[in-house]
Design a binder for this molecule. Structure first.
Ligand SMILES: *Cc1c(COP(=O)(O)O)cnc(C)c1O
Length: 374
């Protein structure tokens, strides 16, 4: 069976984790700090605050903006459900906006109709690694005092207008789950250029403490910490950060290989009349997920997934639509026609660093068979 995804982890990551264990300091410490600095620099941000996941990072981003009950935050329904949930965590209301079919992302045109005088922020997702046109959404929102937060869970290594996604972001949240390109097992990061927010985010992830546990330990002199506000334990461990540092050093090679495999997919899929995710005109995707559009009059998603499975290929349904899940039953929403077609008529094919060309050929011939026989 060809898996849809396999994390790319090697001996170096294992050694780095072992070194952190042998150092005797396994909780948040010097390796987390180094990882924060290196990762933030790699995405063109001034500050990085490591957290336990992208989900907790999104929660902190909404929290640091002071958003709460009575406020609205615009999100795409077409996203992993954590995007919308992070708005509910602070008691605010997620408002679903539709997407454009080409990228799977929000645009200024899909956001504009759902803005109200209670909109405090828009959470833009770079879905599956495809950069969203953030400048156009900022141009719509900033004059109205609406913050633009970026859910960059999938977007390490993607670019927007010649710069890394995340450069110039007010607040961007990243994921290091094994389903993403750079993994620490679980883990996340919030990046920002705002020094005051970075300080506050570091406090919020660590119980609201005035001095971090690592600084107290390594500081040498006696310090009694204070708890300045009600906060959370959203810390990353030094074991995870050690793995993350190695993964970060491999990113250029990982992106290059994925883009090479994606180009090859495009060629092969063209031959069977199937179109797939590609770079938008203003940027480049890291091909975190390689989705295809199912031909209009062909078999449905479940038939295609079963047909592929029977032929030894593990694929996945397209990106989920949060508003169709039981957790959002009864949640008011404008119609989302593009989202509903996108989620029902796309399928994610296997793409990972060690995928071979012959495996890729097998995926495409399994797809061709499935589309013509189901
Ligand atoms: C994976 C993902 C998340 C959640 O990331 P975790 O690190 O698992 O919390 C959030 N948003 C999007 C768009 C994702 O793809």
């Amino acid at each position: 069976m060809i898996p849809v995804m396999r994390p790319f982890l090697g001996e170096e990551e294992a050694l780095a984790a072992a070194e952190a264990v042998r150092s005797g300091w396994v909780a948040q410490g010097p390796r987390v700090r180094e990882f924060e600095e290196s990762f933030a620099a790699s995405v063109g941000a001034l500050h990085g605050v490591a957290v336990s996941s992208c989900t907790t990072g999104l929660h902190l981003a909404v929290h640091v903006l002071g958003i709460g009950p009575g406020d609205e935050v615009v999100v795409p329904s077409l996203s992993f459900i954590a995007t919308a949930n992070s708005v509910r965590y602070v008691g605010a209301t997620p408002v679903f906006a539709d997407i454009e079919a080409e990228t799977g992302n929000l645009t200024a045109a899909t956001v504009e109709p759902v803005l109200t005088d209670r909109t405090r922020a828009v959470m833009v997702v770079h879905q599956a690694g495809v950069p969203a046109d953030v400048d156009a959404i900022k141009a719509l929102c900033e004059p109205r005092g609406i913050a633009v937060i970026e859910d960059a869970a999938c977007a390490s290594g993607s670019t927007y207008k010649g710069k890394p996604v995340g450069a110039g972001a007010l607040l961007a949240a990243w994921s290091f789950h094994p389903r993403k390109l750079l993994t620490t097992g679980e883990g996340g990061m919030v990046t920002t250029d705002d020094a005051d927010w970075a300080v506050r985010l570091k406090r919020l992830r660590e119980h609201g403490m005035s001095v971090s546990a690592a600084d107290r330990h390594h500081g040498g002199s006696a310090v009694i910490e204070q708890y300045l506000e009600t906060a959370f334990n959203y810390r990353m461990t030094d074991i995870q950060a050690a793995v993350g540092l190695v993964q970060l050093s491999r990113m250029d090679a990982v992106i290059a290989r994925r883009r090479e495999l994606a180009a090859r997919y495009h060629e092969l899929l063209d031959g069977i009349g199937v179109s797939a995710v590609t770079d938008p005109e203003y940027g480049t995707t890291n091909y975190q997920s390689f989705w295809i559009r199912l031909p209009e009059d062909g078999p449905d998603q479940l038939q295609v997934l079963s047909g592929l499975a029977e032929r030894g290929v593990s694929a996945r349904r397209g990106i989920m639509a949060s508003h169709l899940e039981p957790a959002y039953d009864g949640h008011p929403s404008a119609p989302l026609p593009v989202t509903e077609v996108f989620t029902a008529r796309t399928v994610i094919l296997p793409l990972f660093h060690e995928l071979t060309e012959s495996e890729q050929d097998k995926v495409v011939s399994a797809l061709a068979d499935t589309l013509h026989t189901s």
